[in-house]
Design a protein around this ligand. Structure first.
Ligand code: NDP
Length: 598
């Protein structure tokens, strides 16, 4: 089956309204195939999920992010020249950011615009950039249109090079923001915050770092990332491997060569086929002597269709073009009351069935794409995802599927079992040894536990983790009662957005406004009221309570690896538009939402 849309057209981006294509399902439209067709596929989805659950009895416990001892090397920063020696610092600032990625850069920029001077950024890496500092693997790129994803384009006078920005361009943009807003002088790099304790008497946060620093701050912003801490699958014998190995977020160019040229005589193994692996595999496949890809569950790979920016279009853009574009886009996510009414008058089971049927149609289109590209029928079969769209992170790539037609690229489909054994020579699966010189772990990250690594203790000395152990409790996912002047960015109970920078900008704006109000009114602290917190927890539960999706999906990080979880321990599912509305509504009513102290 030929698919004419597989190749990117030789045109340049000149459509200011073009958005990245995302699947959208409309339950007012009935499916045109007999219901048995969909039921059969749904039954296969369940079967495949059950296979995976059977092989992962420990759920989240199948992974480890305690990268100590033998595993410590997987977290070492390969991009830092060497650790710069410095004396421990003792200082006070008004605002301290834990982390130097987009969350910190965007919020610090907003604070700067409000005349704030006393800011410090404490960052584990040796530069700003966060995700884009760490994830420098070959092919790293963003799946959200660059004109929306790259923030502050108006302010920075930058027009992205192509519709989807590549990692180096995004990293450079982060560095440019830091320069433009004079944030470099405020940053201390190669430094990890180890504890963040509230000093009740002084009404200050006291922080300690792994470099012996003692820092004090009036306000702390946890900006340490949504997917920041690498994790490894616990695989028997992984410590015994004698070859070279690393995690995707610590890509070793010294070993592979800047253009992967050192891989030409190397046998490479990659464990995992998530979004990172999907981008790496075609590049490493082309560069290496051989590549074995160890797959547990295939990703769903949709068309990418990237195009370079038309320079004439770029030159024609008027100041404020990005804001206009984003405003327009946000408005399109506003629920249409007429459509909503039409949907709501459908019986619930009809609605659900139609959503599911359209979702299945979408996934079958992905299957057809696999068939149209892959030469070997067995490989094609193995690359087909058998789960609903968005059970796992959808991927958009035009180079990944054809990579499996290369003679040196081999898919080892573990059919849901996953790699369970590694020896000194390589990977062993079902008694077959796959010797490799280098093993790349594309096994992902801890998810959205922003802030809780740093031993954060609030007013009564309770660690934030401990408070959350009986259920997460926040206001907007940003404030948590008993932790005054602490703001959490990109964590659970906030909305979830494919365009994460939009979410972070929204949160950054809210935080800057809260701080402005606190300072201008002569207060020293702002803290969530317990009642407001309860209201938000109920809001989160209300929107997470309507679906069994977590249970029905194949395991992965989207559904806590199939583990049962409390309804409140996840994202706010009321939609980004409504999340923004809630934040906007709080403005001007801060005294109703928060407690302030002088
Ligand atoms: P993921 O968590 O998405 O993927 C981990 C992969 O490792 C899965 O395929 C998982 O299989 C596999 N795995 C784990 N253990 C084993 C095992 N023992 N044997 C075989 N396979 C195993 O991590 P990623 O780093 O790929 O992506 C994380 C997120 O980062 C993405 O979801 C996305 O949000 C973001 N990202 C975005 C990109 C973009 O914009 N294009 C690019 C890269 C990342 P299984 O599915 O069976 O659990």
């Amino acid at each position: 089956m030929a698919d004419s849309t597989l190749k990117s057209p030789a045109k340049k981006h000149n459509d200011p309204n073009k958005q990245a294509k995302r699947a959208a399902f409309d339950p007012t439209v009935a499916s045109d195939k007999p219901q048995e067709y969909y039921d059969e596929i749904k039954a296969r989805f369940e079967l495949e999920r059950d296979i995976r659950l059977k092989y992962r009895p420990k759920g989240l416990g199948e992974y480890t992010s305690d990268l100590e001892g033998e595993l410590a090397k997987y977290e070492v920063d390969p991009y830092a020249e060497e650790q710069v020696a410095r004396e421990p610092m003792e200082d006070y600032v008004e605002f301290l950011f834990i982390g130097g990625g987009f969350s910190a850069l965007l919020t610090a920029a907003r604070l700067r615009e409000r005349g704030v001077e006393s800011i410090r950024i404490v960052e584990r890496g040796s530069d700003v950039g966060g995700t884009w500092y760490w994830n420098r693997y070959p092919g790293a790129a963003c799946d959200v249109s660059a004109y929306d994803y790259l923030p502050l384009l108006d302010e920075m006078g930058h027009v992205p090079e192509s519709f989807f920005a590549k990692g180096p361009e995004i990293f450079a943009h982060c560095q440019n923001i830091a320069r433009r807003y004079d944030l470099y002088d405020l940053a201390i790099f190669q430094t990890t915050v180890e504890s963040t304790h509230w000093d009740k008497e002084a009404k200050l946060w006291r922080l300690k770092t792994d470099r012996g620093d003692t820092l004090s701050a009036r306000f702390v912003i946890c900006a340490n990332g949504t997917l920041a801490k690498p994790k490894l699958s616990r695989i028997q014998g992984m410590e015994t491997f004698k070859g070279h190995s690393f995690h995707t977020s610590r890509f070793d160019y010294e070993y592979c060569g800047a253009n992967l040229e050192n891989l030409k005589d190397k046998r490479v193994g990659i464990i995992g086929t998530g979004a990172s692996a999907v981008q790496i595999i075609p590049r490493v496949g082309r560069a290496s002597k051989s590549l074995h890809v160890f797959q547990r569950t295939p990703s769903a790979i949709d068309i990418r269709d990237d195009i370079p920016t038309d320079p004439k279009w770029a030159a024609s853009l008027k100041p404020g073009w990005q804001k206009e574009r984003i405003d327009k886009h946000v408005l399109t996510t506003k629920p249409d009351p007429a459509k909503r009414a039409e949907i709501e008058q459908l019986p619930r089971d009809v609605r659900t069935q139609r959503y599911e049927n359209q979702n299945i149609e979408h996934q079958m289109r992905i299957h057809a794409r696999v068939d149209s590209v892959i030469n070997d029928p067995a490989t094609a079969e193995a690359l087909k995802p058998w789960y609903m769209h968005r059970c796992k992170r959808p991927c958009y790539d035009d180079e990944y599927p054809p990579a499996f037609n290369l003679p040196n690229v081999h898919l080892v489909d573990t059919q849901g079992k996953g790699v369970t054994q590694i020896n000194e020579r390589g990977v062993v699966f079902e008694g077959v040894e796959y010797p490799v010189d280098v093993l790349i772990y594309a096994t992902g990250f801890e998810v959205q536990v922003t802030g809780i690594y740093n031993d954060i203790r609030g007013e009564d000395g309770m660690e934030l983790n401990e408070k959350y152990s009986t259920g997460m409790r926040t206001v907007f996912g940003i404030h948590s009662a008993g932790y005054p002047n602490l703001f959490i960015m990109g964590g659970y109970q906030a909305s979830f957005q494919f365009n994460l920078t939009f979410m972070l900008q929204t949160q950054g704006f809210h935080i800057a406004e809260c701080i402005k109000y606190t300072r201008e009114n002569g207060y020293i602290t702002i803290d969530a009221k317990p009642d407001t917190e309860q209201w938000w927890v109920d809001e989160v539960i209300r929107y997470r309570g309507t679906t069994n999706r977590n249970k029905e999906c194949t395991p992965g990080y989207y559904n806590f690896e199939g583990e049962e979880n409390r309804r409140q321990d996840g994202n706010y599912n009321g939609g980004m538009y409504q999340y923004v509305q809630h934040l906007d509504e709080s403005k001007g009513k801060y005294r109703e939402y928060f407690d302030f102290q002088q």
